[in-house]
Design a protein around this ligand. Structure first.
Ligand code: ZN
Length: 197
């Protein structure tokens, strides 16, 4: 993987496509929680700044996250009831249904998100209570909001106000990948089983 090439080429979805995909993702999670009403759903995505949302490098990054996530599930001896990975123009996505209490799962996903490369992922955890879908939050577990990679403030505020130019965010991501390339490649070499499609 050459981090420098990460933003040269790839799929550039229109805003409409991104919004439609978000709707599809919500419906899919609802469907999963109808089928597995007692379980927690993990929804994994990469956090990629700029218009390019998928290419070979982004898929490799996603694979890293997927393998790390599988390691966490294995360490905790948590079963996977269901698993699906999608290779979409809007970016790679993965879904795992885990028969465990959602806050317990969220705790482990926060620990993953706090790792150096974990910062490049969103690992959302959802469940359902009385037919309502809940996205478990960091605040419920006493964690501060996620911090921005550039200025260390609340990442949501920086993103919504577009406080940093896309080029700065991309440069920061490339630097982070380059600093952690050994870790990335070591994890890829483990050649964990492919995600079921
Ligand atoms: Zn910031």
């Amino acid at each position: 993987m050459n981090a420098k090439n990460l933003f040269l080429d790839g799929t550039k979805p229109e805003l409409e496509e991104v919004l439609e995909n978000r709707e599809r993702r919500v419906s899919f999670v609802q469907e999963l929680l109808r089928r597995y009403p007692q379980d927690a759903v993990i929804s994994l995505k990469c956090n990629i700044p700029g218009p390019i949302k998928n290419n070979e490098g982004i898929q490799l990054l996603f694979d890293y996250g997927r393998i790390k996530l599988l390691q966490i599930l294995a360490e905790n001896r948590w079963n996977i009831e269901y698993e699906k990975c999608l290779k979409l123009p809007t970016g790679p996505e993965g879904f795992w249904v885990i028969p465990k209490e959602s806050l317990l799962v969220k705790q482990k996903m926060i620990e993953f998100e706090e790792q150096r490369l974990g910062r490049l992922f969103d690992a959302d955890v959802l469940d359902q209570k009385e037919g309502m879908i809940r996205s478990r939050s960091r605040v419920e577990l006493g964690y501060p909001p996620r911090r921005c990679l550039i200025c260390d403030n609340d990442a949501k505020i920086c993103a919504s106000r577009r406080l940093h130019p896309v080029s700065t965010l991309q440069k920061q991501l490339i630097q982070l990948l380059e600093e952690n390339m050994a870790e990335l490649e070591a994890v890829h070499l483990q050649k964990k089983q492919q995600c079921q499609q």
